[in-house]
Ligand binder design. Structure first.
Ligand SMILES: [Fe+2]
Length: 361
């Protein structure tokens, strides 16, 4: 279907603007306390996967990795006890007490210097939080945005396929993230593939407490690694409705709850807490203006049309969909035209946690 040469070409597209840069002592102790206080006060927080995907097809478009023949893919197989909430979105801080973390001069300087660009503005800030946790993620790309087809107004799978295709470079919103970890696990880290998913990965290793990287995660495969004792990485009772919250009776304790059952409890020191800050970056004033005034925007119809035309020209049999944004068969077919299966090698000490496929088999 896809030649080796084509796979290499697609892999080469998936390289960031610059290699990741590491940053130490990212937040002050006071900022860390305020960031955690939001998590304490405003929970319960849902599983990441329950917030972002409505179907397995949508998920598989962003997560590469094929299953053995005869196995049915279900969302449950990807269930890991990791939770998410937003500190800021649409360039606005959602909590005044962390405004200094979001409108952050040092971060803006990192973002601009990473791209060699003139302007940047904070776009979004979120946290991922978990206790001991497996990681079935073989590596993924964050959702890119394009002028007119942005992660805010489009399905994740569409932005993801557009990014992988290399067809929309002129429309790509340049972004940079400052991703910071707070974890005391001596073995857990962050794997990334800066030379493309078919090349060898690199790894940011512990200690990763208040340590971060400046990255372009929409164009670089990456993944968090499993953390904590293996026996606790998938607590009994974990399901799609499980939530994470601070223990109202003890500020150093955190609870995982399914229905009215507390299924796990962790001390702050056992957590893996990640703060993701992202900015849009503009090379110069012309790019800033173009990106903001909507004069050079794509529509969803144009984007889908370009993908279909290109995939057909490359010999893929793509039926014309009636509801392209939600048609599972179409999503699978168009993804197959640009999907190279994701990373092929992993750090020896950080393998992928096997999928929990027993129920689906
Ligand atoms: Fe990511």
């Amino acid at each position: 279907m896809m030649t080796e040469e084509r796979k290499q070409a697609l892999s080469n597209l998936l390289r960031p603007a610059s290699p990741p840069r590491s940053v130490d002592n990212v937040y002050t102790a006071d900022q860390i306390e305020r960031l955690l206080d939001v998590v304490r006060k405003d929970g319960p927080w849902k599983l990441i996967i329950a917030q972002h995907f409505a179907s397995a097809d949508e998920l598989i478009a962003t997560m590469s990795g094929a299953l053995p023949e005869g196995f049915e893919l279900t969302l449950d197989m990807f269930l890991t006890p990791t939770f998410r909430g937003f500190y800021a979105n649409y360039s606005a801080a959602l909590y005044p007490e962390i405004e200094d973390c979001f409108y952050n001069r040092a971060f803006l300087d990192h973002a601009k210097s990473y791209w060699g660009a003139k302007y940047a503005k904070p776009q979004m800030m979120l946290f991922n939080i978990n206790g001991p946790c497996g990681n079935t993620d073989p590596g993924h790309l964050d959702s890119p945005s394009f002028r007119g087809v942005r992660y805010e107004n489009s399905p994740t799978w569409l932005c993801s396929v557009m990014g992988k295709s290399g067809l929309f470079k002129d429309y790509l919103i340049k972004m940079a993230q400052v991703i910071t970890w707070f974890s005391h696990d001596p073995d857990s880290g962050f794997t990334y593939w800066p030379d493309g998913p078919l090349r060898a990965p690199q790894r940011l290793q512990s200690p990763i407490y208040n340590r971060g990287v400046v990255v372009q995660n929409e164009m670089m495969f990456h993944r968090g690694e499993a953390n904590g004792p293996v026996a606790q990485q998938r607590p009994a009772g974990l399901d799609f409705s499980t939530t994470f919250s601070g223990d109202p009776n003890d500020r150093n304790q955190w609870l995982l709850t399914s229905g009215d059952q507390v299924i796990a409890r962790h001390h702050t020191d056992e957590l893996r807490f990640l703060v993701h800050w992202s900015a849009e970056v503009f090379e110069d004033f012309a790019e800033l203006k173009k990106n903001m005034d909507g004069s050079h925007d794509l529509t969803h119809e144009q984007a889908i049309g370009m993908l279909i035309d290109d995939a057909r020209a490359r010999g893929f049999d793509i039926a014309t969909p009636s509801d392209p944004l939600h048609d599972g068969a179409f999503i699978r077919a168009i993804n197959a035209a640009y999907d190279i299966g994701g990373p092929t090698s992993y750090p020896q000490c950080a393998p992928v946690t096997p999928l929990y496929i027993t129920e689906a088999a």
